[in-house]
Design a protein around this ligand. Sequence first.
Ligand code: SF4
Length: 378
Amino acid sequence: ISTVYQPDGHQLGMAAEIRKHVSIPIISQGKLDNPVVAEQALLDGKTDFIALGHQSIADPHWPNKVKAGKIREIRPCVGCNECLLYLFTGKHITCAVNPQSFHEDEYQLIPTQEPKNILVIGAGPGGISAALTASERGHKVTLWEKSDQLGGLLNAAGGPAFKKQVKNYLEYASRMLDRSVVDVRMLKEADAEEILDNKFDLVIWAAGAKPLAPPIQGIDLEKVYDSSDVLTAKVTIDCNEVAVIGGGLAGCETAVYLAQEGKNVTIIEMLDDILVTANHCLNNDQALRALVAENNIKIMTKTEVLEINDKGIKTSSGNDVLEIPCGGVVLACGYKADDEGIIEQIEDKVEVRVIGDSAAPRKIIDAVHEGFHVARVI
Ligand code: SF4
């Protein structure tokens, strides 16, 4: 089963080979959600038909949109396999980017009879989802984003070339926002006084979370970077030897990203294994572990970082203390919500709903769904 980590049309080679040896038409699948790739596969004679699995869940209108030439309106699957994870863990199947999937009747968007003046703070996946949903229902929506980029942490999650699907989704969401009547204000910091002065009926707080920096000696050295800054190319690491502290999802993806840039990368993880905290589907786990292995990334588990210094980092594992030489250190130690005390200043005077990573740092599915549902029932 495909994941975000495979390239487009990754099973077409197999399909083409099988087609040479059989006399019946064949159907091929495997990341053919890009209509250009799908059509080319047919034109090249690699397959007789294409089949879409995940993409049909993310956007069941794919065939009609392709037929109408509206391919920029297709909501792309992000390859997260939350659909499968939900299924395998006994939950009702759904889709990270399409909260209405498998709930088409019960989660219909009903036009509001009482339009509200709504402020959404933060244009990450949750904020965009809330803003678009509220606007579609007829509310007046203003969206404040403190940076100059839409997408929040989707920019980091979709930064590596091997996670192009996430970037595709961010571009789709940005296009939908562009086409909407949501009043988007970029480079707009949240300010308690200004929020209250504007007399909004409701504030949806979706400002996201900030990277955690563990209390390690040397954490403030110039050679220490945050993984999201690396993945968004805000910073470049000039040295060859890099240590990534944290072997969760962000740590492993950052390690692969850096290794593909030619670095020698070591992941340092306190737990017994990498990806213990990832909480993702088994096939995504296997695909990411394969990328880590293929890119010759060294893994040190059950290892604690004691100190970061000019030469590298000092670690301990059991009774062993080890110095690891490295010119760059990347932190991938998780995130924490931080509203800088603004919610406390406003919540007595205006209704506030907190969603996504601002409530608790989690996954794309949580942000998109919480944004959708908070706006669906206003
Ligand atoms: S849950 Fe993820 S993998 Fe499954 S269809 Fe939706 S976006 Fe695609």
